[in-house]
Design a protein around this ligand. Structure first.
Ligand SMILES: Nc1nc2c(ncn2[C@@H]2O[C@H](COP(=O)(O)OP(=O)(O)OP(=O)(O)O)[C@@H](O)[C@H]2O)c(=O)[nH]1
Ligand SMILES: [Mg+2]
Length: 365
């Protein structure tokens, strides 16, 4: 790669952006390239930042708003990484409830820093179960139409629609999903892969490193509908210190997420529930996730040792009232702490609905 590459990996909440970004970082770094990561979220106390920081790659976080609404912060983060780590490849993850990224982030980047960076085609990752339900080829709970409006717009603007977690589907279902996406979004190229097993990753990374975002007519977006869709989602970010007698952090974290899951059962559509536990010593991290209300809690990183003190971070995004979500998280924390005889001490808590998107720039082509 001759020029510095700027890669943005979009997609709805829980589709696998952070997991794939870390896979891409490992891939490029094995090729001898320096990598810089940029994470993004609406508030502080972020699971993704903990996860990216623990990876050892140079990381910058833009919290308190999405890339499009905080575009100057994106440029600052890019410049800071440039000074500190001089990346050959930037990997940036926008907020999972964002759309219109081509007009509000990709084109402004091209215009302002396009002489320094080659901007890769915008990838939009999808979770295959959620995508099948959205497209009506699988029954099951979906979000309400306004949230689905955002989901559809994400797909519409994707240059690459990336079906992640392909190992969850049999060949016939994967073929049907691919064809349905190709028919519905003819301007997009559809790929399928698994960030978990590694299948298909190399093909995707090769496309990202060798091609550039195409020049397309700006997508039409109804910003009122977009804002209403985002405002239907409740966001909860919590961090606590937990301490007590020696405990198994993996069981505690997984139990905590299961407790929240059981609290809701199937009553509300969960977009993503994720948590990390960082022991106060060492660099180990436990990570657990739940991406659908009918799914199961999965642990993607396990601690190797027991601990006595650590920092627990929980992020929940679901279509529900944020205060109701906050209460569920607090009740579940108390239960889990009682079970493990731990003392929780709050560091940070926020429960809110995202504000209406107001992009710094929106460039038409
Ligand atoms: N089965 C399977 N699970 C995957 C794969 N890739 C990611 N996941 C899991 O999907 C869940 C969500 O992954 P993340 O990478 O956190 O998703 P995200 O898009 O960054 O989520 P947000 O930042 O909340 O929008 C985690 O439990 C991952 O382990 C995959 O290829 N297969
Ligand atoms: Mg993420």
């Amino acid at each position: 790669m001759l020029t510095v590459k700027y890669i943005m990996i979009g997609g709805f909440l829980g589709s696998g952006k952070t997991t794939s970004m870390l896979r891409a970082a490992e891939y490029f770094s094995k090729q001898g390239l320096r990598v810089g990561l940029i994470s993004n979220d609406q508030s502080q106390g972020l699971v993704d930042t903990n996860l990216l920081s623990s990876s050892g790659f140079a990381t910058e976080e833009i919290s308190g708003g999405c890339f499009c609404c905080r575009f100057p912060s994106l440029l600052q983060a890019t410049e800071k990484l440039d000074r500190d780590a001089r990346p050959d490849v930037y990997l940036a993850e926008p907020v999972g409830s964002c759309t219109d990224l081509v007009a509000t982030v990709v084109y402004p980047l091209e215009q302002m820093v396009g002489h320094r960076y080659s901007i890769a085609p915008l990838s939009v990752l999808v979770d295959p179960i959620r995508a099948q339900r959205f497209l009506g080829i699988l029954t099951g709970k979906t979000f309400s139409p306004k949230v689905n409006y955002i989901y559809g717009k994400q797909l519409e603007e994707a240059e690459l629609i990336v079906i992640n977690k392909k190992e969850l589907l049999d060949a016939e279902s994967l073929d049907r999903l691919t064809k349905t996406l190709e028919d519905r979004y003819p301007k997009s190229r559809v790929l399928s892969l698994s960030a978990r097993t590694g299948e298909g990753l190399e093909e995707w990374f090769t496309i990202l490193s060798t091609s550039q975002q195409q020049n397309r007519a700006t997508m039409e977006v109804d910003y009122d509908l977009y804002a209403q869709g985002e405002a239907l989602l409740g966001w909860v970010n919590f961090s606590w210190k937990v301490s007590g007698p020696e405990f198994d952090g993996n069981d505690f974290l997984k139990g905590m997420l299961q407790e929240i899951h059981e609290h809701f059962v199937d009553r509300i559509p969960i977009a993503h529930l994720k948590g990390t536990l960082l022991p106060d010593q060492g660099n180990d991290i436990a990570v657990a996730n739940l991406v659908r209300e009918d799914g199961t809690v999965e642990q993607s990183h396990e601690l190797l040792e027991t601990l006595e003190r650590g920092e627990l971070t929980l992020n929940l995004r679901a279509e529900a009232d944020p205060e109701m979500l906050r209460e569920a998280v607090e009740v579940s924390l108390q239960k889990a702490c009682q079970q493990f005889r731990l003392e929780p001490q709050e560091i940070h808590s926020a429960a809110f609905r995202p504000l209406p998107p107001t992009p710094t720039y929106r460039l038409s082509r």
